[in-house]
Design a protein around this ligand. Structure first.
Ligand SMILES: C[S@@+](CC[C@H](N)C(=O)[O-])C[C@H]1O[C@@H](n2cnc3c(N)ncnc32)[C@H](O)[C@@H]1O
Length: 218
């Protein structure tokens, strides 16, 4: 996606449409990297985590393994259809520590967090998880910068996404099925911005990466 308004609208419309079957594909292909990625967040009880974009909430059960319904999971996505699926998971499991917000990822900066947290006393996040979002989002560098800016010093940031040096047919397939580009230097950009950087590869084609690290401690 190059990031025109039309392309963004088309992508959201697409995700609205496939929201009811999304988990089937996602659970099958991304289970391993997801579990590993969430481990790298190093979540502890009562912590505050941001999942951007949260989609249908496939990560929630993994977050809860560490949070045990404490703290806060803030899930943000721009597709109403995807968020409805996430809401169903919350209701079904009686989770009380999850808040969902319909918002454009590019809007989520410190100013947004301050307005959102009015009364909730959240200033910064302990951890931020961005999975399968940046490859399809316009302004991805700004989004990474914003995510780091709203992290606490020493907080963890993890990106799970695609990177293929020579995309070929695989690149076309991922663009078709996920509306994302597989050759954006996402992990390279993250590496230049954080400490304790780690990178691990997954998937049949070794094209799925989990990049993790921490914001500089004060
Ligand atoms: C491939 S899905 C990933 C969802 C989830 N993170 C996961 O791993 O299952 C991409 C998600 O990005 C969302 N999205 C696309 N553009 C967005 C934007 N500008 N702001 C927020 N979410 C967006 C879509 O609605 C969709 O839920």
């Amino acid at each position: 996606m190059n990031g025109t308004k039309k392309e963004q609208e088309e992508a959201i419309h697409y995700y609205d449409k496939i929201s009811t079957i999304y988990d089937f594909i996602s659970n099958w292909y991304y289970k391993k990297p997801r579990k590993y990625a969430i481990e790298k967040l190093k979540l502890k009880k009562d912590q505050v985590v941001l999942n951007l974009p949260c989609g249908t909430g496939v990560n929630f059960k993994y977050f809860q393994h560490y949070l045990k319904n404490s703290g806060l999971i803030l899930g943000i996505d721009l597709s109403d259809g995807m968020l409805k699926q996430a809401e169903q998971k919350i209701d079904k499991n009686d989770w009380t520590n999850i808040d969902l917000q319909l918002e454009n990822a590019i809007m989520v900066d410190q100013k947004w967090v301050n307005e959102y947290s009015n009364g909730k006393r959240i200033e910064k996040f302990d951890a931020v998880f961005c999975d399968l979002g940046l490859s399809g989002l316009p302004d991805w560098k700004n989004i990474i910068d914003n995510m780091i800016s709203i992290l606490k010093p020493g907080g963890s940031i993890v990106i799970l996404d695609w990177y293929v040096e020579k995309p070929g047919l695989l690149g076309k397939f991922i663009k078709w099925i996920g509306k994302g580009e597989v050759k954006r230097p996402l992990w390279q950009y993250l590496q230049s911005k954080i400490f304790d950087f780690e990178l691990k590869w997954f998937g049949v084609f070794n094209g799925v990466f989990v990049a993790s690290g921490v914001k500089a401690p004060k």
